[in-house]
Design a protein around this ligand. Structure first.
Ligand SMILES: [Zn+2]
Length: 282
């Protein structure tokens, strides 16, 4: 098995997803401070943003549901549930790593056989993922406030400091979106596209205050750029490993498309996700 999906030393394929998201509802990505005022996160210039780490969390948890619906075994990524620990391979893996270069193939084999798609794509302890989400710093936004009564989660009574002011980004705010992916087989690209489609279709919310209907976004524009192999005026994405399937797709068309159109034209990749064999975890 070519284990490109977990290799960092060889670059077989680099695919970048780039787009613009529009807030279709208020969006609250706060600093997480518990106090009477919740503020949106801002960068050094004062522009609000959705951190790359938030995207990663959103993708991983949305992916969990999608992968399970597809019949795959995936972990939540929480320390005690993560694959290497669950399959009791953590010690073998760490020992192989510690012994350096000549035990590297053993470590790779353990990592391949005993981690799920989410561990491979998004990373797990001691294994880096194959994706990188950039911060979505907004340059086109409107900030608003809402004062609400805080109800204690425990007993439903009104909390001591009853009034809470929420700062949020209003409907119509825009966010850039950039996701770098390395050595993803066609089925894993299809997997990420399925997750983006669920965000676009409002099946997944981003940020806080979800129960009040916050966090719905859609892709106004989306592109898929194949950076490696170079000169990919590709009409055919060959399978990347034995589990993968060949895909016919016109890469040139996938530029600056409205979300709906993008998800239509990328259905061959979504099909690959549906049809790939995916032989791990053992
Ligand atoms: Zn896992």
């Amino acid at each position: 098995m070519e284990m490109y999906l977990i290799r960092k030393d060889v670059i077989k394929r680099v695919v970048v997803f780039q787009g613009v998201l529009r807030a279709d509802s208020p969006v609250l990505v706060s600093t997480g401070e518990r106090g009477p005022i919740k503020e949106v996160i801002r960068d050094a210039d004062g522009n609000p943003y959705i951190p790359g780490s938030s995207w990663k969390g959103v993708f991983r948890s949305a992916g969990e549901r999608i992968a399970r619906e597809r019949g795959l075994t995936v972990c939540s990524g929480l320390t005690n549930d993560s694959c290497l620990r669950k399959y009791q391979k953590e010690r073998d893996f760490m020992n192989a790593l510690r012994q350096g270069q000549q035990q590297l193939p053993t470590a790779m084999e353990i990592a391949w056989n005993y981690t799920c798609l989410n561990c491979k794509v998004f990373g797990t302890m001691s294994i880096l993922g194959q994706v990188r989400f950039m911060d979505s710093v907004s340059a086109d936004y409107r900030v608003n406030n809402r004062t609400m009564i805080a109800i204690s989660r425990k007993d439903g009574s009104v909390a001591g400091k009853a009034l809470v002011t929420l700062e949020y980004l209003d409907v119509g705010s825009h966010f850039p979106f950039t996701l770098y992916t390395y050595n993803l087989p066609n089925y894993a690209l299809g997997y990420l596209i399925r997750i983006m489609e669920d965000i676009h279709k409002h099946l997944v919310q981003v940020g806080g205050n979800k129960s009040r209907g916050f966090g719905f976004l859609s892709f106004e524009k989306l592109s898929m750029n194949i950076m490696v192999p170079e000169n990919s005026t590709v009409e055919h994405l060959p399978k990347l490993d034995d589990d993968d399937v060949d895909v016919k797709i016109n890469a040139k068309e996938l530029r600056d498309l409205p979300g709906d159109r993008f998800f239509e034209l990328t259905s061959p990749l979504k099909e690959a996700f549906k049809n790939a064999r995916i032989s791990y975890p053992r």
